[in-house]
Design a binder for this molecule. Structure first.
Ligand code: ZN
Length: 170
């Protein structure tokens, strides 16, 4: 297993669109394992393959306190969106920034497991938000895209400034 590098906004590679997984083989299982390890190492609750520069439609999620209930979604697809809910979100690709995003409150979605089984699921609350956030990543979309352009521009400047300071400190 290996910890992968998580791309940070405004890296253009976060805008790439991931492609469907045709065949769940050992390689895909290894990617999922590495993604889980990376997510746990970074203290995240979800990670999409595009965030580690792998353009495959794979998402890992673990909402449990003990970090022992991993969920691997291959080719996840939302089939129904219902209602509206606002929640404060963060993202491993946008470190130290949190903001409120409005999304569907309740969703129905399906995905393939690593055992090649198709699962249909209906959910709400944090899991519904998380699945929407991660599938956005697979489509090259970030949660900050829902903010006003002015807010996003300010955030970009702040991050670039921080990165310049980091560079000088070396
Ligand atoms: Zn994210």
């Amino acid at each position: 297993m290996a910890i992968l590098e998580v791309l940070h906004f405004p890296d253009d590679r976060l805008r790439n669109k991931a492609l469907p997984v045709d065949n769940i083989d050992l390689k895909i299982k290894e990617i999922a394992e590495n993604m889980l390890e990376t997510m746990y190492a970074e203290n995240g609750i979800g990670l999409a393959a595009t965030q580690v520069n792998i353009l495959k439609r794979i998402v890992v999620i673990d909402l449990s306190e003990e970090k022992n209930r991993p969920l691997v979604l291959v080719n996840p697809r939302i089939t129904k969106l219902e209602g509206k809910e606002s929640m404060r979100e963060g993202c491993l690709s946008v470190p130290d920034y949190f903001d409120t995003v409005e999304r569907a409150e309740k969703i129905e979605f399906n995905y393939k497991t690593l055992e090649n089984e198709i699962v249909n699921m209906e959910t709400d609350g944090l899991l519904a938000v998380c699945v929407q956030h991660e599938i956005d990543h697979l489509n090259g979309k970030l949660f900050i895209d829902y903010l006003s352009p002015l807010k996003r521009q300010r955030l970009k400047k702040k991050i670039e400034k921080l990165e310049r300071q980091d560079a000088k400190a070396l």
